[in-house]
Design a binder for this molecule. Structure first.
Ligand SMILES: Cc1ncc(COP(=O)(O)O)c(C=O)c1O
Length: 313
């Protein structure tokens, strides 16, 4: 997408970019539209600022797609940004073209900066997802990504943000730059790694995507074969967000901590991402080898059978 270098800022991972943008855009009492389930960094930064995360639904019955009407209904005079995570953590969903257009339209017509968290864009199983801003370069979009996921270098803390070309974002860009100046400079040597990564050979990504796709399918089949568990097929990244049908009064944390104690397998309970504890969602990371995953899903199957049968709780 067209982007002038003076609108790109090198950051310490996507995380720093998100913090710089939210701190520039929102202050105490302001609202930011955030998906649920959500990536908890957003709620943590908003809590620090004193701004309010206003959650919009992504719908498990429609493959974790965002509920566009719900988003529209939540826009208020205090809305300062719309956060879109596509491909998504924790659900592994990617959004179709019409949904992406609708999200851009909400940002454009309401003049709300859209924060496009695209850190998993190169890890969609069917091939890279285009930057959202490429669909409408004049919409108020700030794009974030890094070397952490598709270049397998999370510890290098090398990321970037690109502020869309619209003049509507000029003040925001100035604010972000002022905050970025406060850290004196980015991680200098790692900037060279970004150039090499983005302009060099990316063939490892095709191999990585294929490996992830295979693990996603294994995860989907094995989890759905367990009585009491249902899971949506992910289309990107290395996450699935299955649901276990919990008995009344039992929480997702009871299930996940019980699984950890009984088997040593650690998942994250859905309520850590903002879902209702009674709904029984938990997030699985399927980066382990297929053989290890197979053993893990055996353990989850045995544990779930016992757990849902009763007394172990
Ligand atoms: C959706 C999402 N955004 C941002 C990040 C942070 O990535 P980075 O290492 O680039 O700061 C993560 C890491 O898990 C993530 O899942």
């Amino acid at each position: 997408m067209p982007m002038s270098p003076d609108r790109v800022i090198i950051t310490s991972g996507t995380s720093e970019g998100i913090e710089l943008a939210l701190t520039t855009l929102a202050e105490s009492g302001d609202e930011v539209l955030v998906p649920t389930p959500t990536y908890p960094l957003y709620t943590a930064v908003l809590a620090k600022i004193g701004a309010q995360a206003v959650f919009y639904r992504t719908d498990v019955t429609r493959g974790w797609q965002p509920d566009i009407d719900h988003i529209r209904s939540l826009v208020s005079p205090r809305t300062r940004a719309l956060v879109v995570i596509d491909p998504n953590n924790p659900t592994g969903a990617t959004y179709p073209l019409d949904t992406r257009r609708a999200l851009l339209d909400i940002a454009d017509t309401n003049n709300i900066p859209l924060l496009a968290d695209e850190v998993y864009a190169d890890l969609a199983f069917d091939g890279p997802v285009a930057a959202l801003a490429a669909q409408n370069a004049d919409a108020p979009v700030i794009t974030f990504s890094s070397l952490s996921k598709a270049y397998l270098a999370p510890g290098w803390r090398s990321g970037w943000m690109a502020v869309g070309r619209t003049a509507r974002l000029d003040d925001v860009l100035a604010g972000i730059k002022k905050l970025a100046d406060g850290r004196l400079c980015s991680t200098g040597p790692m900037e060279y790694a970004i150039v090499a990564a983005l302009t060099g050979d990316r063939s490892h990504q095709a191999t990585f995507r294929a490996a992830l796709g295979e693990r996603a399918l294994l995860t989907h089949k094995r989890l759905n074969a367990i009585d009491g568990i249902s899971s949506v097929m992910p289309s990107a990244a290395f996450y699935a967000m299955p649901k276990v049908a919990l008995p009344h009064g039992v929480t997702d944390a009871d299930y996940v901590l019980g699984l950890l104690r009984a088997t040593g397998v650690l998942c994250v309970y859905g309520s850590g991402f903002g879902t209702d504890p009674a709904d029984g969602f938990f997030r699985v990371v399927f980066l382990a080898s297929p053989t290890e995953l197979s053993t893990i899903y055996d353990l989850i199957a045995d544990f779930t059978q016992d757990f849902l049968a009763g007394p172990r709780r």
